[in-house]
Design a protein. Structure first.
Length: 128
């Protein structure tokens, strides 16, 4: 059996992280999961063209799914930190970088790492 390439490891990890956040947000229905799969296919091609981008795949897949959900269902993931005002979505930071996190720009806080939305503490924000 051949070892799994770093590219495939990164794609599998990105898929798992984004699926964990979708499950935490209770939106992991079949049509949404297929959005993750579509993004993974596109990002596989992207990383094959630019191998140095492999460490950015998780954040990019999260952004792809977030953009696709916005068109089909509305904002996701909604900010768990801001309890007043209009509901708003968290954003992935850095937009193109390693160690992506969900961030609330209105409150100026890092909420959770991509893949860890369901692991947030009692106040809704991760303790990092």
């Amino acid at each position: 059996m051949e070892p799994i390439s770093p590219l495939e490891q990164a794609l599998h990890a990105a898929r798992a992280l984004v699926l964990a956040d979708l499950v935490a947000g209770k939106v992991a229905e079949a049509d949404v999961v297929s959005l993750v799969e579509e993004s993974v296919v596109q990002r596989r091609w992207w990383v094959e063209q630019w191998p140095q981008g492999v460490e950015y795949v998780a954040g990019l897949v999260a952004q792809d799914v977030q953009d696709a959900l916005l068109e089909r269902r509305g904002r996701w993931p909604l900010c768990p930190v801001c309890r007043t005002g209009d509901p708003h979505a968290l954003e992935v930071e850095p937009e193109l970088g390693p160690d992506p996190h969900w961030v609330c720009h209105q409150a100026g806080v890092k909420v959770a790492a991509v893949g860890a939305l369901g692991l947030s503490g009692p106040g809704g924000a991760a303790s990092s």
